[in-house]
Design a protein around this ligand. Structure first.
Ligand code: 4NP
Length: 163
């Protein structure tokens, strides 16, 4: 079992989109019993809320459902619980590194490190960007999710003997 946490600022746009898209890919590939996903925000402003309606709509139009998700804030216990903690941008990554115990910091990576498209090193914050921003988030999240799935499949196969 591998546990993956997606992290952004508010946990209402980018990271719930990543959770919904990646969960969909796990279902399509029959990996839901091997890989668990969750998402959280570094900020607390939107705790308890469903994803932003613009994120939900853009995702729904590509076949992903986000309506059941609820925002939560990253907790220090997450650094124990999760194997991989994927930040949407460098600011999220800096905030995570600041609160993470030194011996767990190697779990934190930029999500876009797994993407094929090297033009975007980060998933840009779409909150003030209009509907095009949400489409870009989905394009980038789909790209990085494919790369992440390949990485985890190799990783799980490599560790199968010890799990
Ligand atoms: P997210 O987007 O980090 O992708 O969930 C944001 C949501 C809310 C705010 C900023 C970014 N905000 O400032 O409230």
């Amino acid at each position: 079992m591998r546990n993956v946490l997606f992290v952004c600022l508010g946990n209402i746009c980018r990271s719930p989109t990543a959770e919904g898209v990646f969960q969909h890919m796990l279902e399509q590939t029959g990996l839901t019993s091997r890989i668990r996903v969750d998402s959280a925000g570094t900020g607390a402003w939107h705790v308890g809320k469903a994803p932003d309606s613009r994120a939900q709509k853009a995702a729904y139009e590509r076949g992903y459902r986000l309506s059941h998700l609820k925002a939560r804030q990253v907790a220090v216990a997450d650094f124990d619980k999760f194997d991989l903690i994927l930040a949407m941008d460098r600011s999220n990554m800096d905030d995570l590194l600041e609160m993470c115990p030194p011996d767990k910091q190697n779990k934190i990576r930029l999500f876009m490190d797994f993407a094929e498209n090297r033009r975007f090193p980060e998933v840009p914050d779409p909150y003030y960007a209009g509907s095009k921003g949400f489409e870009l988030v989905l394009d980038l999240v789909e790209d990085a999710s494919k790369g992440l799935l390949n990485y985890l499949q190799v990783n799980i196969a490599g560790r199968a003997a010890t799990d």
